[in-house]
Design a protein around this ligand. Structure first.
Ligand SMILES: *[C@@H]1O[C@H](CO)[C@@H](O)[C@H](O)[C@H]1NC(C)=O
Ligand SMILES: *[C@@H]1O[C@H](CO)[C@@H](O)[C@H](O)[C@H]1NC(C)=O
Ligand SMILES: *[C@@H]1O[C@H](CO)[C@@H](O)[C@H](O)[C@H]1NC(C)=O
Ligand SMILES: *[C@@H]1O[C@H](CO)[C@@H](O)[C@H](O)[C@H]1NC(C)=O
Ligand SMILES: *[C@@H]1O[C@H](CO)[C@@H](O)[C@H](O)[C@H]1NC(C)=O
Ligand SMILES: *[C@@H]1O[C@H](CO)[C@@H](O)[C@H](O)[C@H]1NC(C)=O
Ligand SMILES: *[C@@H]1O[C@H](CO)[C@@H](O)[C@H](O)[C@H]1NC(C)=O
Length: 558
């Protein structure tokens, strides 16, 4: 009883601690974000990464950082949390429209960084970076959808859609090329980049339909399916984690806050805790959180060395980091907390926590008696897990509090030796990451649904792809073209149940079929007139379906 009471007392003190930190830091973080827009020589709407001009010089504008920051402000505006932000938002859109047109060393909107006076930065850099256009499109579409829902059709159609098209056409055409990751160091395929590109194209397909562009909607959908398939390849069951960068051999283990950031920035409040998009509450994202957080435990950072397993630690980018000797970053520590608050939201919505063998290590570090089972929300076991996860998440904020100076100002990093701030002062993204974590903690959901709900196996066993068969054939009156072939979807070579093509674009006959992905099969066209079947000449046609997406096959009768 004594123990229980003192435990309760301690828990209360911690809760109060975090609440007081949030009430102090929240307004400072908001002011910190706003102070870095259109300042220090920057044009209106231009976000500077930090006012720091030496060691390091961050007085530039990055498409990624600016878009993440404005997504937060747009969310606050469109949810009527802060109705004063309209001018900043339209200034941002105007500024980004100018930057889209600035000729630059990448030769595309994949250019990561510009001078604050809206001219090109021409020095050497890790370019291109393909997350920026996706994040910018997401931010702008969030604003456009709000305007449309409040009856403002023209600005979304005439100003936002032309810009979104440029960004999404770029993503659609280039996602399958390597580029630099969000830390601007690795030229490969980065989880964060692929995840935010997938999201942007999904919501982009819906937005394109709304703008009456069905051709782009179809293209974005096809590429989104391909991206979702590719995204699965970042999961490594042998590492018990998402690997941050693939298609590159950089000598790193692959554990990186990149993946936690990817999960929180693709959170979809309408989706469940789904593993297919690595939603924050999914078993894979939780095991990834466990493994990634563990990589920062022990002696890597002196300020973590006294912290026991199962308790929050200070988080950096990745353990092999040597930038400023490798330290914890505020935005990474905040992200570790935010993923867990968002996970709690998803479990509350789902009315259960489904502990699987994948997520078990995450839960047993907090509640050792956890087993693989479903914990419905009306059971004590569920409440125990929720409060353990909530306290664990709060632990990350307590560390941020411990290493926030009394001024409340947040730099980029704090020293691994003693927590003193280092690198760029007043980092805009540090402030934004504090705010998104604070909002997630009190259940104020800022994110919008983007289409993650209900997505299923995009590739691998059981996946299907849509193939359109086009057969050019002139026919006699009363004669029709059919297809049959070696697989179930093509009727196992049956002529009596062969599938009829449509002749709406005669002499091109067409049919679109769902067939198993990555499968080689044979087929032929037949013509049938008055029950008489005529086969195409040999050999049988052969086709291998793609791993994902859609495909069009063009044939001519022979
Ligand atoms: C639509 O929104 C834009 C951006 O805020 C604004 O400039 C414009 O006046 C609005 N138009 C209407 C018809 O409300
Ligand atoms: C391109 O996509 C294929 C199919 O998903 C994948 O195997 C390959 O690694 C990708 N390459 C890059 C650079 O994205
Ligand atoms: C829990 O997850 C497992 C594995 O993904 C799944 O087979 C099972 O149907 C889920 N149970 C519930 C109640 O959602
Ligand atoms: C923290 O460590 C740095 C570098 O090791 C040192 O310069 C600084 O004085 C230390 N600060 C405190 C408060 O101990
Ligand atoms: C939730 O947190 C945010 C950020 O700290 C704060 O601005 C907001 O007032 C809080 N809302 C509620 C309902 O507590
Ligand atoms: C095709 O053959 C498979 C395997 O014999 C069978 O299961 C399936 O029902 C057949 N499908 C059709 C459409 O005949
Ligand atoms: C075409 O496939 C059918 C069914 O498997 C087979 O009987 C026939 O011999 C094949 N034709 C040729 C030319 O290989």
């Amino acid at each position: 009883m004594r123990f229980a009471l003192s435990f309760f007392f301690l828990a209360k003190v911690c809760l109060a601690d975090v609440a007081s930190y949030i009430s102090m830091e929240g307004p400072i973080a908001k002011a910190g974000v706003l102070a870095n827009i259109g300042t220090k020589g920057a044009k209106p709407g231009i976000v500077i990464a930090s006012p720091s001009t030496i060691d390091p010089d961050y007085l530039y504008t990055w498409t990624r950082d600016s878009s993440l920051v404005f997504k937060l402000l747009i969310d606050q505006y469109t949810r009527r949390i802060d109705t004063t932000l309209l001018n900043q938002i339209t200034d941002f859109i105007t500024a980004e429209g100018i930057l889209q047109g600035v000729s630059n060393p990448s030769g595309s909107v994949g250019e990561p960084k510009f001078n604050v006076d809206e001219t090109a930065f021409t020095g050497p850099w890790g370019r291109p970076q393909r997350d920026g256009p996706a994040l910018r499109a997401t931010a702008m579409m969030t604003f456009a959808n709000y305007l449309i829902s409040s009856g403002n059709i023209s600005y979304p159609a005439n100003t936002i859609w032309p810009m979104v098209k440029i960004d999404l056409d770029y993503v659609s055409a280039n996602w399958n090329n390597t580029g630099f990751d969000l830390w601007e160091e690795v030229d490969g395929s980065s989880f964060f980049t692929i995840a935010v590109q997938h999201r942007a194209l999904r919501e982009g397909a819906t937005f394109a339909t709304l703008q009456g562009d069905n051709t782009r909607a179809a293209t974005y959908n096809t590429q989104a399916a391909n991206l979702l398939c590719f995204l699965q390849g970042f999961w490594s069951s042998s590492s018990s984690a998402l690997i941050a960068n693939i298609n590159v051999n950089n000598g790193r283990g692959g554990l990186d806050a990149n993946t936690i950031l990817g999960s929180i920035h693709t959170f979809d409040p309408a989706a469940g805790p789904d593993a297919i998009t690595f939603q924050p509450g999914s078993d894979k994202a939780l095991l990834n959180h466990y493994t990634t957080v563990n990589s920062f435990r022990g002696s890597l950072y002196t300020i973590n060395s006294h912290i026991a397993a199962g308790q929050a630690v200070n988080i950096g980018r990745y353990k092999e980091d040597v930038y400023y000797n490798g330290n914890p970053w505020y935005l990474a520590t905040f992200a570790a907390a935010e993923q867990l608050y968002l996970a709690i939201y998803q479990w509350e919505q789902a009315g259960q926590i489904n502990v699987t063998s994948t997520s078990l290590p995450f839960f047993t570090q907090l509640v050792s008696s956890t087993t693989v089972q479903n914990y419905p929300s009306n059971t004590p076991g569920y409440r125990t897990l929720i409060s353990a996860v909530f306290s664990y998440a709060d632990g990350f904020l307590e560390l941020a509090k411990e290493y926030t100076p009394s001024s409340g100002r947040l730099s980029e990093q704090y020293l691994k030796s003693n927590g003193t701030q280092t690198s760029a002062v007043d980092l805009t993204w540090s402030y934004a990451s504090a705010l998104t974590a604070f909002f997630a903690r009190n259940g104020t959901i800022l994110g919008n649904a983007w289409g993650a709900k209900g997505l299923t196996t995009p590739c691998g066993p059981g996946a299907t792809v849509s193939i359109t068969f086009l057969e050019t054939a002139t026919t006699m009156s009363g004669e029709s073209i059919y297809i049959t072939g070696s697989i179930d979807a093509l009727q196992n070579w049956s002529t009596s149940t062969a599938l009829p093509l449509s002749s709406t674009k005669y002499p091109v006959w067409s049919i679109t079929l769902d067939v198993p992905a990555s499968t080689t099969f044979q087929y032929k066209y037949i013509r049938i007139r008055n029950g008489v079947v005529t086969w195409e000449s040999d050999p049988n046609r052969s086709l291998t379906s793609p791993a994902s997406g859609t495909y069009t096959e063009r044939d001519t009768w022979r």
